[in-house]
Write a protein that binds this ligand. Sequence first.
Ligand code: PHE
Length: 340
Amino acid sequence: MIIDELEKIKENILKELADVKDIKSINEIKVRVFGKNGVITNLSKGMRDISPEERPKIGALINEARVLLTDAIEKKEKVLEDEVLALKLATEKVDITQPGKDVKLGALHPINDVIDKLTDICVNMGFSVVEGPEIEYDYYNFEAMNIPKNHPSRDMQDTFFITEDILLRSQTSAVQAREMESRKPPFKIVCPGKTYRNDSDATHSPIFNQMEGLVVDENVSMADLKSMLTILMKRLFGEDTAIRFRPSFFPFTEPSIEVDVSCPNCHGKGCSTCKGSGMLELLGAGIVNPKVLEMSGIDSKKYKGFAFGFGLDRTAMILDGISDIRNLYKNDIRFLDQFK
Ligand code: PHE
C-alpha cells in the first residue's frame, strides 16, 4: 500500500517539476511534499501504524523518496535561477561608453582659503592656532584690552551688545586676553575667527573675519614685529611685495603701527583695487601695552609682547579680486563657483 503510494507521489512530483516554470511554483511543491502537512511528512508520521518487522524497509523507502525528491527540486531550482540570471544579464547590459553622471565638486570659501593660507604660514613660523567664543564678555573684548567702559576709544568699534556685559566680539583681540590669562610665556599664537560690528557697505559687513597674532617673550621688539610681518606678507602676496609701516594708535599697543602692502594687483603702480594709490592698508599692530600684560597676570618687567591683527575679508578680496564684501556672505553658488 505505502509502497504504491510512494511510487505515485514520486512519479507525480517529478512530472510536475518537469513542467514548472518559476521559483514560486517550486516553493509550493516543497510545501506540499515536505511541509507540516506534506505528503512525505504524513507518510513518515504514518510509520507508527506499521508493524515492527516492516518498519525498517518502509522507512528506508520513504527516505529514498525524500532524497530523490529533494535532489530533483534542488536541481530544478538551480535551472530556474540560472535562467533568471541569464535573462538579467541579457537585458540589463551596462553601456560603459555612456558618459558618467556629473559630480559637483565644492571648493573652499575664499575666507576659509585665506585662513588656511595664513595659518599655514604662521604655523611654519612656530605659532599655535587658537579659537575663542564669538559671544564674548565685555571684559575680554574691551576692558582687558585697556579699553575701559565709557572710554572714547570704544567708538572705534561700533559694537553689538547683548547685555551690558556681553557682546558679539568686535575683534579677535578678545581671544588674546583669554590666552594671556591661561598661558605661561613664552608663547606665539594666532587666532582667526568671526567678528561683528554695526557697519554695512561695499567694504564693511556686520559679520567679518579677523586674524590676530600675539607673541610674548623676554626680548621682543618692534624689529621682530616688523621682520615677522614682512615675511608673512611676502609669503602671502609674493616675494616682490613692498611693505610700509606708519605710526598709529591702538589702546592695547604702545607704540602702535599700521601696515600697508603694495597692491598685488598692480604692484604699486595704481589700479582700481588700490584706488590708484598703489598701496593697501592691511594691518594694525604694535608692542603690547604693558598694562594689558599686567591685567592678564603677565609680569611686564620680565616679558614683552607684540601683536598684529587684520581683516581676512579684505585680504580675501585683494587675493581673489572681489569688489563687494557682501558677496562673501550671500552663499550664492554662482559667485562661489568661481573659486574652484
Ligand atoms: N584689534 C584691532 C582692530 O580690530 C587690530 C589690532 C590688533 C591692532 C592687534 C593692533 C594689534 O582694529
